[in-house]
Design a binder for this molecule. Sequence first.
Ligand code: MFK
Ligand code: FAD
Length: 496
Amino acid sequence: MAFLQNPPQLSHPYRSDRSLLALLDRALPAERRAALDADLDALGDYAQMAWLRACNTTRRKPVLTQWDAWGRRVDRIELTTAWQEGPGITTRHAVLAAGHADSEHARLEEFARVYLYHLASEFYTCPLAMTDGAATAIRASGNRELIERVLPRFLSRDASTFWLSGQWMTENAGGSDVGHTETVARQDAGGQWRLYGRKWFSSAVVGEAALALARPEGAGSGTAALALFYVETMDGDRRKPELVIDRLKDKLGTQELPTAEIHLDGLPAWPLGELAHGVRQVAPMLNVTRTWNGICAVASMARAISLARDFAARRRAFGRPLIEQPLHAQTLADMQAEFEGAFALAFEVAHLLGRVERGTAAPHEAALLRLLTPLAKLWTGKLAVQVCSEAIECFGGAGYIEDTGLPQLLRDAQVYAIWEGTTNVLSLDSLRALAGDSLGALRTASTHWLDGNDDMHAASAIRQTLDAAARWLDQHAAGRETLESGARGLAFTLAR
Ligand code: MFK
Ligand code: FAD
């Protein structure tokens, strides 16, 4: 019988993840820790089942049918199995609802669920992130009517009442630079606001609602003149006729996620607050979805490393299993070290977000969160590509072959650095944060982190890095061009 290689097996993503178990044991009071266990165990089971299912079935993509047999415009989207299961899994395991519970640990408990669910969900986590962000921005707006209408739906524990929200910002003329938004908001004779324009990337097009940036008619140009609107997409079972799906994008990765180009032709809309400064109003949403991005990026790294480690015990070369080859073992250890740093940073942001939202944070921690959010997003986004690429090489030629399921890890990882603000845009956002007192906050925080840690080398390296960053910022305070061109280097240094 000719040799046949055993494929890699996915160990239980929850019970075998030492980083996650250690974090939760350390950070949560015993009672909350115990209460969390059943959901995480079930999400780990689901992830393991989903991996096996993906290995044993032909991959599907969402399919858009624009017209029915009789010529009616229907814009119907057929979803993959994991997407059809999304509302049930989300509501049963409180993936979103957990984050809005009344506890400083709520966000950590939410993001532990997100971390385990992400890959099995086939990026259903993308619209979930936007729904979470929309709930957060609507709550921050103080708009009582909207809060009462949508939060029970966005945070529902019942799939039959659960709604997804999109985030409609990007247009042809501006994704990073939304100041070029061309979508116009106009009031009709009855005083109802309606949106007219084209949104170029809409990843939750199957959702029931969205937050959209638009320029009220007659308002000036630029970012400050944009307003933020809430829209609904459905009339009962039918998509509203004022929302037209032009096509689904054909993407490098995230292929199960239906990302659409859409037209708005008078879609009814409601302003969240004042009819200007829409970006300021959408910022809580951006910061929440960026936190999701960091957690999902580390989830991709965890999956890639877990499979590569398992394979290293099964595959033999030059007389012994790969894991016993010192250089292969070192390669895996280096990946694990990078992952653990990224994991710590992403979950620090998640926990911090919960404390800041619940008012239990220390005085410096709001500024710290403002800085760490873009740093964690940009750093984990880049690292996910690097780690997934290295993991693919760990399988040799098999890593390059589609039906092993491995190439998808790398293709999907490329998105983390692009959406929700590219690496450069997030580096510039960290400069925005550094214009406040966030470097001081980082210094205070690192003193706490190092408290009781007798690694003198690490302590002095961190101090030197922060001193150098402060000197560099002082030196170039007046030179915007130099500040911007160095922003990525500074952001990477601080994140690391
Ligand atoms: C599976 C993983 C889950 C992830 C799901 C992802 C789903 C993907 C969906 C998307 O990609 S949605 C589209 C996301 N688009 C972006 O992220 C846009 C990227 N561009 C930026 O981030 C720009 O920096 C931004 C448009 C926000 C601002 O650029 P501008 O036009 O130069 O505006 P400006 O004047 O700097 O900022 C306007 C206001 O917002 C200012 O406040 P004031 O009005 O009070 O002066 C800023 O301080 C404030 N602001 C901007 N970014 C902020 C912020 N405030 C708090 N936090 C921030 N991050
Ligand atoms: P550009 O802004 O044109 O950027 C091009 C390049 O220029 C980038 O490398 C960028 O870093 C760089 N750059 C831009 N400005 C600067 C600067 N000032 N300094 C230095 N470098 C700069 N958007 C939504 O609104 N809703 C969605 O649901 C959504 N879903 C998406 C799903 C997918 C799969 C993808 C890939 C994108 C999605 N997006 C969505 C769009 C996404 O947010 C934008 O593509 C992203 O913000 C970048 O904008 P852009 O494509 O216009 O690129």
